[in-house]
Every structure is written in C-alpha cells, then in structure tokens.
Design a protein around this ligand. Structure first.
Ligand SMILES: Nc1nc2c(c(=O)[nH]1)N[C@H]1C(S)=C(S)[C@@H](COP(=O)(O)O)O[C@H]1N2
Ligand SMILES: [Mo]
Length: 199
C-alpha cells in the first residue's frame, strides 16, 4: 500500500507531534491515581499504577489522524491491549455491553462502540516511541486509536477518540456522547468517510 492510500481524505501529513487538548495538563500522583473499569462488566476493577504497569504490553504502529486535518504517520506505541484484557478474562463485559466510554482527568471523555475498542488499532498506551508518555501526550496512560500501517483497514476514527490522561473505562449498554461528541463532532468519526462534524 502506498503512503497516498494511507492518507485519509482531507488530511495532510505532519512531521512534528502537535499537542492538542482542552484544559490543563493534570498532575500525576501515584499514591492517589487509579484506573477503573466499571459499568456493564461482571466485576468492576480498580487498578493502581503499579498494577497497570505489571500488565502485559504489546507494541503497535499507527497512523494518527486529527480531525483538524493533520495526520502523523508511523507512530510507535506500547501499552495494554483492551482486546487482550477481554480475551484473557481480566475484563469481563456483560453480554449486553455495546459501548465504551473513556473517562479522563478534568472531565474529558470519548465514546466508542465496544467492537471498535476491541480492535487492534485501539491501545491503552503507556509508551510512545520507546519512552514513557510525555505529560503533554497523556502520561501516565492514554487511549490511542489510529489506522494500522499494514493496510488492514478497520474502523479507523479520528484521534480525539483516544483520551489522554485516561482514568477509566465505562462499559455501557446504550451509547452516550463524550466531550467532543456532545460539542459538535461526529459520533462515529470515521476517517475514511470524513465524518468530522455532526450535521
Ligand atoms: N484528555 C484529553 N484527551 C484528548 C484531548 C483532550 O482535549 N483531552 N484531545 C483529543 C484530540 S482532539 C487530539 S487530536 C489528541 C491529541 O493528542 P496529542 O496532543 O498527543 O497529539 O488528543 C485527544 N485526546
Ligand atoms: Mo484532534
């Protein structure tokens, strides 16, 4: 697949790594920080930072697409595969669970269908380019979603659907809108269909 085919319509590649978020960069205090998974799950989970860092990690390469028009190709991430947490039985969605809300510091949130959050292109990331996440890019944990670089097109959505400073996942039976989704962005956000803004 050529790079041309990897660039969704209306996007331009960028060399840098733009920093984009609403609100301040949160402080991290490992003694009070936790990560929760709740809602439509058989057993709610609360993990400490040490417990999170002890989970198995995978590496993936993603092309990132921001709704404002920049794409950053060939980014390397390491972190926890939500899919694998479910496959390994660490997270047990109830049969009626169909959506996932990522909840982050300062009230940021973003929603995804559960089947999209279970794709290989969604990661609960701890590392970027072999280093622990920088504070401005979401340390200690962020959701990240992009398109795979091997040409395998999944449901590929804009980068806002990965929450920096992630503190929890809420599994839901009914869809709810996240922060940007409630503020004019398209609920699905498919990059190939250019679903940027709600009508
Ligand atoms: N917590 C939080 N996560 C967020 C955002 C935000 O405002 N707050 N913005 C989103 C948007 S619109 C983009 S493009 C990416 C930017 O990630 P970066 O700053 O690491 O490039 O973060 C996403 N995740
Ligand atoms: Mo964005």
């Amino acid at each position: 697949m050529t790079d041309h085919n990897r660039l969704p319509p209306g996007q331009s590649p960028t060399g840098g790594f733009p920093i984009l978020h609403y609100g301040p960069i949160p402080e991290f205090d490992p003694s009070t920080w936790d990560f929760r998974i709740w809602g439509a799950v058989e057993e709610p989970i609360t993990w400490t930072y040490d417990q999170i860092m002890a989970l198995p990690r995978i590496r993936i390469t993603l092309d990132l697409h921001c709704v404002t028009g920049w794409s950053k190709m060939d980014t390397h991430w390491e972190g926890i595969s939500f899919r694998r947490l479910v496959e390994d039985g660490l997270v047990k969605p109830k049969p009626q669970a169909r959506f996932v809300m990522q909840h982050a510091e300062h009230g940021y949130s973003t929603n995804l269908p559960l089947n999209v959050a279970l794709q290989e292109n969604f990661l609960i990331a701890t590392h970027y380019e072999n280093e622990v996440l920088a504070p401005e890019h979401g340390f200690p944990l962020r959701g990240v979603i992009g398109s795979l670089t091997d040409g395998n097109r999944l449901k590929d959505v804009y980068l806002w659907k990965g929450a920096k400073w992630l503190r929890g996942l809420e599994l839901m039976e009914e869809d709810q809108l996240g922060f940007w989704e409630a503020n004019g962005y398209h609920n699905d956000g498919d990059v190939w269909q250019e679903q940027r803004y709600a009508d």
